[in-house]
Write a protein that binds this ligand. Structure first.
Ligand SMILES: [Zn+2]
Length: 244
């Protein structure tokens, strides 16, 4: 795990445990609260972060956010049972429904203890921590329960799995809504955009992702540079158009 600063108040923890991509967990320290975005793969992966929080020794409340219900974003939740864990209302339902299935399929990635622990504060549209400059908002796309975080002080957008390079994973078939989420992202005029599997993104990447979603919807034939991109695109096509 590598720890880098992406802004004056935000650390990114970059995990290399999954073969196909790196996974980022973010720790944002604000005036009176610390926000932790996602909990990766279990108690061991959260240990260094808990240490860092402890050493800050500033008694700030730690608020955990689950960007969506996928296993690689939530398995460390049980390390934060005493804390507020925020997720979309559908995140709790989906996580509950698919907990065992996700665990079975991906058990080789378990890091330490993994215990079922769902978000304990849920919302429908958004939650604003006005004094902290943090807005958490519903942003369906990659999945139906995806949420994003905007730091209004730093103008940083945390997009979860909605954005990813070189290609996005579409795991919910409502493409129109996904495009609407991307347009909403642009309205925030972010100075910096970061996501759970890609650290540095730009507005241009959002425009390209919109174009990709339109092409996907229209069944346009697209050429890709790599086998990985072709594979993900096939999976996206299967979800939208059925097995080809
Ligand atoms: Zn995901």
């Amino acid at each position: 795990m590598e720890n880098i600063k992406i802004s004056k108040n935000c650390d990114a923890f970059i995990y290399n445990d999954l073969e196909i991509y790196t996974t980022n967990v973010f720790l944002i320290e604000k005036k009176s609260k610390i926000f932790l975005i996602d909990t990766f793969c279990g108690s061991d992966s959260m240990m260094p972060i808990k240490e860092i929080i402890k050493h800050k020794n500033n008694n700030k409340e730690v608020i955990v956010i689950n960007t969506h219900f996928h296993w690689d974003h939530v398995w460390g939740n049980s390390s934060f049972k005493e804390n507020t864990i925020i997720g979309h209302e559908q995140c709790g339902e989906l996580l509950d429904k698919y907990w065992e299935e996700q665990l079975k399929k991906n058990e080789k990635y378990i890091s330490g203890n993994v215990e079922k622990y769902l978000p304990n504060v849920t919302f429908k549209e958004n939650i604003n921590f006005i004094n902290e400059g943090i807005e958490i908002f519903y942003s369906p796309g990659h999945t139906v329960d995806s949420i994003s975080i905007f730091d209004h002080d730093e103008k940083i957008l945390y997009a979860g799995d909605n954005l990813e390079k070189p290609i996005i994973h579409v795991e919910n078939n409502d493409i129109e809504t996904y495009i609407k989420t991307f347009k909403k992202y642009l309205d925030y005029k972010p100075k910096k955009i970061t996501a759970s599997h890609t650290l540095n993104l730009s507005e241009e990447d959002i425009y390209q992702a919109i174009e990709y979603l339109n092409d996907l919807k229209n069944g346009k034939k697209i050429e890709f540079e790599t086998e990985h991109m072709r594979k993900i695109h096939m999976e996206n096509c299967n979800l939208i158009h059925g097995i080809l």
